[in-house]
Design a protein around this ligand. Sequence first.
Ligand SMILES: Cc1cc2nc3c(=O)[nH]c(=O)nc-3n(C[C@H](O)[C@H](O)[C@H](O)COP(=O)(O)O)c2cc1C
Length: 190
Amino acid sequence: MKTTKSVNVKEMNFDKLFKQISPEEICNSYNVFKLVGIDFYAVTAGKPDHYNSMVGSGGGLGILMRKPIVWGGFRTDRYTLELIQKEQTYTLTFFPEEYKKQLLFLGSKSGRDSEKMKEVELTPVQTPSGDMSYKEARLIIECGLMQITTPNPTDFYSQHAKDFINEAYNDENDYRKYVFGEITHVWVKK
Ligand SMILES: Cc1cc2nc3c(=O)[nH]c(=O)nc-3n(C[C@H](O)[C@H](O)[C@H](O)COP(=O)(O)O)c2cc1C
């Protein structure tokens, strides 16, 4: 098993770095389309002794089964997805623009067979609930896994969606899952 960077995350006072806001307040400060589709985000699952992050660039925020949720599209071979399924909790971390390079590094190779979590120039931090994120974050959305669903290619109607999904389904490693997480906490940098 690959190890992660040895930083004593417990010594960091999370409450000094971040303050909690409600899910509804996210949209007061952020344009979700920009946040997700242009800025991108890190998805992180695991605990201090072993966690993993990848970059996400799709999905969104909304309401499902009367709960505030986030959703995203994941290829089945993502190691982060495997850890989400194991832990059933995860975080989405949004960074200031100055950390874009570090964020993109998390999307450059898989933590399954690399040391990227040791190499990444970001500082891990543990939330009070025990999930992992990064000190450099401007926004952290913490989630409990609600649903993972595999879309059926026959469920798509627009030409764009059909083309997209057919391309994704050409190779079995390219299958995408839609992952829905109930938002449990939202934190912003103080
Ligand atoms: C800008 C950018 C956006 C990405 N968006 C997604 C995404 O939405 N879904 C996905 O499955 N992979 C996405 N990826 C690819 C993963 O982040 C990448 O394959 C990563 O290395 C997977 O890491 P893991 O196997 O350690 O989880 C994106 C990569 C980049 C650079």
